[in-house]
Design a protein around this ligand. Sequence first.
Ligand code: ZN
Length: 283
Amino acid sequence: MNVPTETAAKPQPWGSGRPYPIAARWYERLTLENGVTRFWEPHVHPLEQANFWHICGRDRDLLIDSGMGIVPLRPSFPDLFGSKEVIALATHTHIDHIGAVHEFEQRWVHEAEARQMAHPSGVTTLVCADIHPQLAALFVAAGYPPFDELLIDAMPHAGYDPRQYRLRGAEPTHLVRDKDIIDLGDRRFEIIQLPGHSPGSICVWEAATATLYSGDLIYDGPLVYEGPGMDLDIYAQSLRRLKAMPIQTVHAGHDPSFGRERLVEIIDTYLRRWGMSDQVQPA
Ligand SMILES: [Zn+2]
């Protein structure tokens, strides 16, 4: 039942509870059907609290994005990251998607963000004061919790110094383009370049299961479409292309997964908000 409230509770700034507790564990993981595992970092501010995805293949595995890199990822999950080859693919190069990419031998990204992966810029620390105040205000207006001192609300272990954290770049070892195929032996994924959130944003499409790994192009939370490297016209065009695809499941870069109905609802909501048509425009 939907009960209208006079005033919504004002969200508390993220991480304002002092002293910072020590997290019982840093990563959460959820095993889905079909050899897919979802990871996330619950103690990271929701703006930067990304999902990343491990997909088990016959010959090699695929890791789509890799979180913030606050705690080493590979040694945390020896059952998934053993001796088998892993392709660490970044949907784009924001801090919450490439943090642990340096731990992997195979580091794949779209060619438009190759330099950004090697030499990250923008948000590269855990200190909220390093986020441009105008940008921070935009994020809060969009619906994210206010910022306090840090982008985390707990420490990964005793003695951790969050001010020493820096996003570590890594040279990509392979550059992907639109329509490239990633073959894991028994399952195939197609790269779809869908820019707007960032110039080299890609989605990963598994046609056999009608599943899209969407990165930050679309998720079931406040979309970030204003900021450095973002372009609203291009973003809208990418959303229209998504709507035309036979997608049944979206595993997104943030927030819970969703199905086709919600996908269409989110796309229509944003296109309407931006005053844009939902018809694919000729290139
Ligand atoms: Zn992003």
